[in-house]
Design a protein around this ligand. Structure first.
Ligand SMILES: [Zn+2]
Length: 269
């Protein structure tokens, strides 16, 4: 299953293979420059407006090389926060924007070696940053995170976190801990957050999610036993929802919504 059509299979990370080059402009506080429609602004590589910033290559999609730049806001451009802006993109730009944000984050956060503290520079042979002094090469961080659709007959278990927009409920998610399998993380996260035990989780698909560098691993699992008992440090409400009476759901571009829609469609048909 693929949440973004077939575009991801054509994405070439870290390579400039296209005939055209386009630059995604972001700011120090992780906002993104947008056009009059609210879509990401895509500028030519030689555009003078960001001449002070160093473009970082994200990759190629459909013959277009995508770069990102980051710095102080350019006063002639309009910026929007990344999350709502990106969530609305169900277009060819989702993957390039997501990738550009992550390589820009990496470049900024790994300017110095984590081992000896000296400066790093982009590796000549791959997408890492290398320390000339001790030769340590670091790569863009990717943090695996499980996201689980828990089902019980015609019901699904959804929860609300404090940061969610008003009224929205989503599937439960959490980071995989060091030394843990993704499946173990599913059992642990669901039990920790809502006190429910689940059957064997079944993998559904994955999605890169640049807040900040998550790789969402989607699973579906059936409820086994336990009543909902929420961890109030993590979530503010969790409920069983019948599939014909669902609350406000995450945006279409998200893996959470993709898994919910797929389940609903199976039960209805
Ligand atoms: Zn070093």
């Amino acid at each position: 299953m693929n949440w973004l059509g077939d575009q991801e299979t054509r994405w070439q990370p870290g390579l400039a293979l296209g005939k055209l080059s386009r630059v995604i402009v972001t700011s120090d506080d992780r906002m993104i420059a947008v056009d009059t429609n609210g879509d990401p602004l895509l500028l030519d590589l030689d555009d003078a407006v960001f001449a002070d910033y160093e473009p970082v290559l994200a990759g190629t999609l459909n013959d277009v090389n995508y770069y990102g730049v980051r710095g102080e806001k350019i006063c002639s451009l309009r910026y929007e926060p990344l999350r709502p802006s990106l969530i609305q993109i169900r277009s060819a730009q989702f993957v390039p924007v997501s990738a550009a944000m992550q390589v820009l984050d990496f470049s900024r956060e790994h300017q110095f070696c984590g081992q000896c503290g000296r400066s790093t520079s982009p590796s000549k042979s791959d997408r890492g940053r290398t320390c000339e002094s001790c030769q340590l090469t670091q790569y863009p961080r990717i943090s695996p995170c499980v996201i689980v659709l828990v089902t019980r007959s015609d019901e699904i278990l959804l929860a609300r976190a404090p940061r969610f927009v008003a009224g929205m409920y989503s599937t439960l998610a959490g980071f995989v801990e060091a030394g843990e399998s993704a499946e173990h993380a599913c059992h642990r996260e669901i039990f920790e957050e809502v006190g429910v035990e689940i059957s064997k989780p079944v993998y559904q698909g994955s999605q890169s999610w640049p807040f900040k560098h998550s790789l969402m691993l989607g699973y579906r699992a059936e409820w086994r036993f336990g009543d909902i008992r929420i961890d109030e440090n993590e979530i503010i409400d969790a409920q069983w929802f019948k599939i014909d009476n669902l609350p406000k759901l995450p945006p279409k571009a998200s893996i959470s919504r993709g898994m919910i829609d797929a389940f609903v469609s199976e039960r209805v048909n």
